[in-house]
Design a binder for this molecule. Sequence first.
Ligand code: SF4
Length: 360
Amino acid sequence: MESVYIHIPFCKHICSYCDFPKVLHIDSFVDDYLESLQKEIEENYEGERIKTIYIGGGSPSCMTKKERIKLFRILAIFNRAPDCECTFEINPKDIDEELLDNIVTGGVNRISIGIESFDPANLKILDREADFDDVAKKLELVRRRGIENINLDLMYAIPNEKLSVLKTDIKKLLKLNPTHISTYSLILEDHTKLKNEKVEYISEDLDSKMYETIVAKLKKAGYSHYEVSNFAKDGYESKHNLNYWNNGEYYGFGLGASGYKDAFRYTNTRNIHEYIAGNYKQESILMSYKDQMDNELMLGLRKMKGINLDDFFEKYNENIQNVYPIKELLATKELIYKDGYLFVNPSKIYVMNEILVKLI
Ligand code: SF4
């Protein structure tokens, strides 16, 4: 157990596609929420050395100074490793010297910004704002305050989006010179404003061209494609997310958060009233030995490097090919085995889900 996810569900505005557990920021709610969060942590945290903390949301940066200070006081309970990676999700609009002071004092050394797109038509559909010049200025402040490790999120496959629009977004994102880029193909989730508006997905063909374009352009710009949708400069891979893909255990605290501990995968309630009342858990499922192996495979193959087969044997006392139809997929070149690692053929990564279905 070395990772902790903290969910701060408050937002000042609700985006049209958003399916995350979130509520509008209301001062009186925040205090109650933080108290409940503190109790949940105190009741469950067992004092382990923590190597990564990820404070996500919601928009954690929309909290007031007082609320942020309270949050970081709560998080001081964690026994952090000296090189603990601590990420804070931030809205560029909220960035000022005071916020940077708060988060740096709280131990934050990595920020993540959901840019998604700079294109006015895309932003209108997503119900978001992003201004390139403003983001560039704010990132200067962040770097001056000593935070070099910066992730920017890029969304693509937005209804009506053209390939040329995505190319312009990529160009602008690269100009901002982040150390890490996470990409997402838009999913129209149930019960979102966008889904209710009955907008159409772009064609699958264009979606796959967009993915290929992202991979080609980011690799050309010096980013390593280390996970299906994630790209990093050397040494800036997300340690927190690598723990997920390595099927490692982690705590999840807060509204709608999920965690994995002592072979149980659990999800917290998405109902803020229940959460504040202290009824945290919604579901807790014991992973059988086979479930654990399935997850190891499904998550591990998301990494371009794949799964180390010696590690798999050591962990499960099983040869992977005795449990899964690996040989067939090696024969069709959907999977590749090299230097002790099993991985999805990079040319077939776009159809990875189909490969996983054949495997499991
Ligand atoms: S996408 Fe992020 S900022 Fe927008 S409503 Fe959802 S959680 Fe809030």
